[in-house]
Write a protein that binds this ligand. Structure first.
Ligand code: PLP
Length: 425
């Protein structure tokens, strides 16, 4: 019997005992191919020697130093690298221990910025229905994952909600993509005007929707429209790149492909690539300068922020991505993966859509391809597909997202960037 409250409280998962490259071995000797990087985490696969060595070196040198007393070379160098690769003027870095923490810190940083800028009446966030921003109460409040929100709804701050850019389900047959996009932007503007632009702190969105939608890329021009609206009404734009960032879509930040820069970016997962729990918030210089020139303190903090071993691991991950030109590889292997998925599932009667960017792909299941009608909630396929894949030694991520407020029906594939063409087949 296990005393751990596992994700499925009625079931103890296999015990992982070793891992190497794209494979994890369990105690019974079974081997699983990691086709989803856990949850789009393990971008370098398992047991990467450079990352392991960097962690060892940091542990030997200085395993922990509280940030109220010290900084470390690892944390400083990591922050420098993140800034160098980020959209212009995102120059403030706050290191945390994961994605929810990154979003929580991003929300608080945005709020404190407005307070210190003399606009404390701003108390609202605008966010999208198909979205997941984490499980802590602030991040859950802005997220749209209904199954995860339901029991906690009375505890969550009020959030202004708009539609996500989910063309497969959202665009009507008679609409062009441009018309669909314009409609979404109209809705965003209308909701901002209804709530009062001066009451809004920020708009939050995942550039490529992950868990709640299944690797949904935006339509062309959508984020340019978002940026214009945020600028027009002086609202911050927070890009949640916890899942889609750190190279997963073929550029270090997914938003780069949209040609706009957010005011704040949250990253996690691929930052430490699973070697250590780490996340980060990147903030525009204006925000950092406002706090530096104001109270001088970000009213936040956890014991493990800026953890030296986590920073050393993330730094090593960044160096490997650059040295081995892995972003180019994500783009080319991603194209291969898409082609292969199309060849195998392109005409499958229950696969409605195959989509994604780079090595971040999803299959959405439907009962009827022609009408896109999903299966009834209790008959949705994703959990069964995940279980069947595990039985056959393959890990795919059954994303518990939402369709019309119900659990959605898709699986995510997010293989390690180091996967070879042979691995993908
Ligand atoms: N934001 C996004 C877009 C995510 O996909 C996730 C996790 O899936 C989170 C935030 C929360 O990250 P974590 O689970 O590391 O707390």
């Amino acid at each position: 019997m296990s005393h751990i409250l596992h994700r499925n409280l009625r079931q103890v998962p296999p015990i992982a005992v070793s891992s190497d490259g794209i494979r994890i071995r369990d105690k019974a000797g079974r081997i699983y191919i990691d086709a989803c990087g856990g949850a789009a985490v393990s971008s370098l696969g398992h047991g990467h020697p450079d990352v392991v060595a960097a962690m060892h070196r940091q542990i030997d040198r200085c395993a922990y130093a509280h940030t109220a007393f010290f900084t470390t070379d690892a944390a400083e160098e990591l922050a420098d690298r993140l800034v160098a690769g980020a959209p212009q003027e995102l120059t403030g870095v706050y290191l945390v221990s994961g994605g929810s923490e990154a979003m929580e810190a991003a929300l608080k940083l945005a709020r404190q910025y407005w307070v210190e800028a003399g606009e404390p009446q701003r108390t609202l966030f605008v966010a999208r229905r198909q979205s997941y921003h984490g499980n802590t109460l602030g991040a859950l409040a802005v997220g749209g994952n209904e199954p995860r929100r339901k029991d906690f709804a009375p505890l969550l701050m009020n959030t202004v909600r708009v539609g996500a850019c989910y063309e497969y389900r959202g665009r009507a047959a008679h609409q062009s993509t441009d018309d669909y996009t314009a409609g979404l932007l109209d809705e965003l503007e209308t909701q901002i005007l209804r709530a009062g632009p001066d009451n809004i702190i920020a708009f939050c969105a995942e550039p490529v929707v992950g868990a709640t939608g299944g690797a949904i890329p935006p339509t062309p021009g959508y984020f340019q429209g978002v940026r214009d609206i945020c600028d027009r009404y002086r609202i911050l734009f927070i890009a949640d790149e916890v899942m889609c960032g750190m190279g997963r879509t073929g550029t270090m930040y997914a938003i780069e492909q949209e040609g706009v820069a957010p005011d704040i970016i949250a990253v996690g997962k691929g930052l430490g690539a699973g070697y250590q729990p780490i996340g980060a918030v990147l903030a525009h210089q204006t925000i950092a300068d406002c706090l530096k020139g104001g109270s001088g303190v970000f009213q936040h903090g956890h014991t493990y922020i800026g953890h030296p071993v986590a920073a050393a691991a993330a730094l090593a991950v960044q160096k490997v991505i650059e040295r081995d030109d892995l972003l180019a590889r994500v783009r080319s292997r991603g194209a291969t993966l898409r082609r292969m998925l199309g060849d195998v599932f392109g005409t499958h009667e229950h696969v409605g859509d195959i989509r994604g960017r780079g090595m971040f792909m999803a299959l959405e299941f439907v009962q009827d391809r022609a009408t896109k009608a999903p299966f009834a909630p209790e008959r949705r396929l994703h959990a069964a597909v995940k279980a069947k894949a595990m039985e056959n030694g393959l890990m795919v991520y059954a994303a518990g997202g939402t369709i019309d407020g119900q659990v959605g029906d898709h699986v995510l594939l997010a293989p390690p960037f180091i996967a070879t063409a042979a691995d993908l087949s």
